[in-house]
Design a protein around this ligand. Structure first.
Ligand code: ASP
Length: 330
């Protein structure tokens, strides 16, 4: 999946963009030289982690043909949901401590419409069920058995999402941990959050995950929670999150970032301030990871994390993977 072209460091991207004369610097940004603003551009799609590169390609297929941001983010994250090698999202995701794969997902469009499913089992594409909740019901969130019933009634197929590989990993965990609830550290979880600005100037987002590996049965993280794992405001931009969901829910991370952008911060600045806010609120933040991503109406993008290692992919005609800046320098 990765090529030398797609794996470039943030500093290298900054250089590339600066050379292209595309950086828009604000006064505040000069005090934060490590934060780049990707050049204003339209359309553009961004998504979390290295699997975002492949997901961005699917989204770009739609965006580059004048498609909508909503269609693009749905198509993009479906690639990740269907990939059994990605054991933190969709099919092949690690199960909870009872051996059940339970999925969380949401979408939000340029009109402020949103839909989500939480604690959904047996459905390959929870993001599409979330979209159906948004488009076909008067509700925002459907959970568990009710979400499954709704999915089946709307033509989704019931499938076994627990792959042999993930089952083996779960059996090993069972032996080693005797069913004790996990401390949430930096491993065993990731999410695809994707944000897009289309050629019409509209912003939408999607977020989908199997959540924490070996979580307590019934646990739901930030990813399907509007304002926490995802938020879109078409006047301003959008934000999404990955990492310890409990930490993101406590500070309404994505909503906060959009509000910071509304008040003039760039996406990179807003993500950094949100991480700083989280760190101040949660003194144990050094023990876990959270990463934020944001996009504004001009097509500027940015990301920031608590710890080293968070990557995100940006596609605006060229698909690049960026190492995000981070707070805790160890
Ligand atoms: N935010 C997800 C959750 O808490 C996990 C992750 O993105 O790492 O379920």
């Amino acid at each position: 999946m990765s090529t030398r072209r797609t794996f470039i460091k943030q500093s290298a991207l900054a250089t590339t963009i600066a050379a292209a004369g595309g950086i828009s610097m604000s006064e505040n940004l000069t005090a934060m030289p490590e934060n780049i603003i990707a050049k204003p551009t339209k359309p553009v799609v961004i998504s979390t982690w290295n699997f975002g590169v492949q997901a961005n390609s699917a989204a770009w297929e739609i965006l580059s043909k004048n498609g909508t941001a909503l269609d693009a983010v749905e198509a993009g994250v479906k690639v990740t949901e269907a990939d059994p090698a990605i054991q933190s999202v969709g099919y092949g995701g690690f199960p909870d401590r009872d051996g059940r794969v339970t999925l969380d997902a949401c979408v939000m469009d340029e009109k402020g419409n949103c839909g989500a499913v939480v604690f959904l089992e047996h459905i390959m594409h929870p993001v599409s069920v979330a979209r159906a909740v948004m488009e076909k019901t008067p509700h925002v969130i459907l959970a568990g058995e009710g979400a499954l019933q709704f999915a089946l009634a709307n033509g989704f197929q019931k499938e076994n999402l627990l792959t042999a590989e993930s089952k083996v990993a779960w059996e090993k965990w069972c032996k080693e941990h005797q069913y004790s609830p996990m401390k949430i550290d930096r491993d065993n979880h990731d999410t695809i959050g994707m944000l897009a600005l289309d050629a019409h100037g509209n912003v939408s987002g999607a977020c989908t995950t199997s959540g924490l590996a070996w979580k307590m049965h019934g646990r739901v993280g930030d990813s399907p929670i509007i304002g926490a794992g995802l938020y879109v405001d078409n006047e301003v931009g959008a934000a999404t999150a990955t990492g310890k969901g409990e930490a993101v829910i406590k500070m309404c991370g994505s909503f906060l970032i959009v509000e910071l952008m509304r008040n003039g911060k760039t996406p990179a600045q807003a993500c950094k301030i949100a991480v700083e806010r989280l760190a101040k609120q949660q003194p144990d933040h050094k023990d876990f990871q959270v990463g934020f991503l944001a996009i504004n109406k001009r097509g500027e993008t940015g990301g920031y994390a608590i710890a080293k290692g968070f990557q995100y992919a940006v596609h605006n005609g060229e698909n690049v993977l960026i190492d995000a800046e981070y707070l805790v320098k160890e």
